[in-house]
Design a protein around this ligand. Structure first.
Ligand SMILES: NC(=O)C1=CN([C@@H]2O[C@H](COP(=O)(O)OP(=O)(O)OC[C@H]3O[C@@H](n4cnc5c(N)ncnc54)[C@H](O)[C@@H]3O)[C@@H](O)[C@H]2O)C=CC1
Length: 437
C-alpha cells in the first residue's frame, strides 16, 4: 500500500469540506434518513461479515437518536430579552484509528460526527486498511454525499499531515498513549479540538463476598476477549486473599479450555494476534514477568494449531500469572495480549489505593454482593468506566472514554454530541440599547 501524501490528504480534506457545507445545512431529520439507510445496509449484509462488524448496526440507530437530542437552551434575561444556544457542527473532523477494532472505531467516530453535521476524513491503521473502506462504500450506497466520509491510507506521516491541515477542526484519535501525546501536540499548533481514546491497565477488584461464578466469568471476559487486544481490559485482577485458591483453580481450568484457532470457526473463542512483532512483544512481557518472579499458571506460549493452514499464525495460549506484585512490568504496562495478572489483597482501602496507583484510567470493575461497597468503590476508582458485577459491556448508548493518561473526550451515548459540535450563544435584545457612551 502506498501511503497517502500531502496532495491526497489535501484533496480528501477539501472534498470533505465542500460536502460539509451542504450537509451541515440539512435538518437533523434529513441527515438521519441517510444514517438509518446505512444502518439498514449493515444489518442486511450482517451475515456475510463477521459478528463484530455486524454489531455496529446499532451505532447508526444511536446516532439517529442523537440527532433528535441535538438541543439548545433558552435563557431568560431582564426586560423580556433572552438568549438561546445552538449546537453547531465543527466542520471537517479527522478520525485516526487503531488496528484492534477497525470497523467499530471508524463507525464510532464517523456516525456521531456526521449526525452532528460534520464531515470526516478517516485514517485507519496501516495494519487494518480495509474495513474503513467498506464503511465508506456503505455510506455511499446509503446516499451520503460524496466526500462527506473520506478514507486516507497511511501511517504516522499521513496522520501528521491530517493533524496539521489548516482546514481540519478536530482530531479524534484512538491508539496508544505515546501517539496520543503527539496528536495533541500537533493539534495544539492549530488550536484544534481533540478527543483521545488511549490505552489502559485497568483494575478488576473481586471481593470475597462476590458471586464467584460471575466474578470468574467476568475476569475471563475482562482479559481474553479479542485475544486480549482490548484497551479497556481489566488486566490487573485483584482478588481478596480468602477466595484466591478457589478463584485461581477455576480461572486456570477455564483458561486452559479456551479454544484457540481459526476465528471463522463457530467454536473458536480466541484467534491470532495482529502481527509477528506484536506476538513477540507479548511473549517478551511474559518472559520478563517470569524473570521478575511471576508464576505462569497456564499458557503464555506461542501456540501452533493442528490445522496446517494456521501454522504460521501468531497465536499465543491464554496466560494466567500468579505471584504478581504491583511493581512488576506485567502489572504496570499495557500488554495488549491474552495475559491476566492476578494480585491478592486484604482490605478495601488497600485495594483502592493500589488500583488507582497507575497513570492510566480507562476502565475498572468490581465484583461484590455488598451494594454500598459496590457504589463506594465505583466512586473511588479513578477511571472513565466502572463495571459493577460484570466487565467489558459496551452498549452504544453508554459513554466511553478515559481518565488520566487514558485520554479525554467521550465516545458513544448522548454526550458525544458535545465532542462533535460547538456551542453558539445568541443574545436577543428586546428593548433599547443602554450605552455608557
Ligand atoms: N481507548 C480506546 O478506545 C482504545 C485504545 N486503543 C489503544 O491503541 C493501542 C494499540 O493500537 P495501535 O494501532 O498500536 O496504536 P498507535 O498509537 O501505534 O496507532 C494508532 C493510529 O495512529 C497512527 N499514528 C501513529 N503515529 C502517528 C503520528 N505520529 N501521527 C499521527 N498518527 C499516527 C497509526 O497509523 C494508527 O492509525 C493500544 O495502546 C490500545 O490500548 C485501542 C483501541 C481502543
Amino acid at each position: 500500500m502506498i501511503p497517502c501524501g500531502e496532495e491526497e490528504v489535501d484533496e480528501a480534506i477539501k472534498s470533505a469540506h465542500s460536502a460539509y457545507l451542504k450537509w451541515s445545512k440539512l435538518s437533523g431529520m434529513e441527515r438521519a434518513r441517510f444514517m438509518l439507510e446505512a444502518a439498514r445496509i449493515i444489518r442486511v449484509n450482517a451475515c456475510n461479515w463477521s459478528q463484530k462488524i455486524a454489531k455496529n448496526g446499532n451505532i447508526y440507530t444511536s446516532s439517529l437518536r442523537m440527532v433528535f437530542l441535538y438541543l439548545g437552551q433558552h435563557i431568560q434575561l431582564p426586560g423580556g430579552s433572552f438568549a438561546y444556544t445552538r449546537r453547531e457542527p465543527l466542520g471537517v473532523c479527522v478520525g485516526i484509528g487503531a488496528w484492534n477494532y477497525p470497523f467499530q472505531i471508524a463507525a464510532w467516530k464517523s456516525a456521531p460526527a456526521m449526525a452532528c453535521g460534520n464531515a470526516m476524513v478517516f485514517k485507519p491503521s496501516p495494519m487494518t486498511p480495509v474495513t474503513a473502506v467498506m464503511l465508506a462504500e456503505i455510506y455511499k450506497e446509503a446516499g451520503v454525499p460524496d466526500g462527506l466520509f473520506n478514507v486516507v491510507q497511511g501511517g504516522a506521516e499521513t496522520g501528521g499531515l491530517l493533524c496539521h491541515h489548516p482546514m481540519v477542526a478536530k482530531v479524534s484519535f484512538t491508539g496508544s498513549v505515546p501517539t496520543g501525546k503527539k496528536i495533541m501536540e500537533m493539534a495544539a499548533k492549530g488550536v484544534k479540538q481533540v478527543t483521545l481514546e488511549l490505552g489502559g491497565k485497568s483494575p478488576l477488584i473481586i471481593f470475597k463476598d462476590c458471586e464467584l461464578e460471575n466474578a470468574i466469568k467476568g475476569a475471563l471476559m475482562a482479559n481474553f476477549l479479542t485475544q486480549g487486544e482490548v484497551c479497556c481490559n481489566g488486566t490487573r485482577v485483584f482478588v481478596q486473599r480468602e477466595i484466591m485458591p478457589q478463584f485461581l483453580e477455576e480461572v486456570v481450568k477455564r483458561t486452559k479450555a479456551i479454544p484457540v484457532g481459526d476465528p471463522m470457526c463457530e467454536a473458536t473463542r480466541m484467534g491470532a494476534l495482529i502481527s509477528k512483532p506484536h506476538m513477540e512483544k507479548v511473549l517478551g512481557f511474559i518472559k520478563q514477568a517470569k524473570e521478575q518472579g511471576a508464576k505462569v499458571l497456564c499458557g503464555g506460549e506461542q501456540f501452533v494449531p493442528n490445522d496446517p493452514k494456521l501454522k504460521d499464525g501468531y497465536f499465543v495460549s491464554p496466560c494466567v500469572l500468579d505471584n504478581c506484585r504491583d511493581d512488576m512490568t506485567c502489572v504496570k504496562e499495557e500488554i495488549f495480549g491474552p495475559v491476566m495478572s492476578v494480585l491478592p489483597f486484604d482490605t478495601e482501602e488497600e485495594v483502592l489505593q493500589r488500583a488507582n496507583n497507575t497513570t492510566f484510567g480507562l476502565a475498572s470493575g468490581v465484583f461484590t454482593r455488598d451494594i454500598a461497597r459496590a457504589h463506594r468503590v465505583a466512586e473511588n476508582l479513578q477511571a472513565g468506566t466502572c463495571y459493577i458485577n460484570n466487565y467489558n459491556v459496551g452498549p452504544v448508548e453508554v459513554p466511553f472514554g478515559g481518565y488520566k493518561m487514558s485520554g479525554f473526550g467521550r465516545e458513544n451515548g448522548q454526550v458525544t454530541i458535545e465532542y462533535y459540535s460547538q456551542l453558539k450563544t445568541v443574545v436577543v435584545e428586546m428593548g433599547d440599547v443602554e450605552s455608557i457612551f
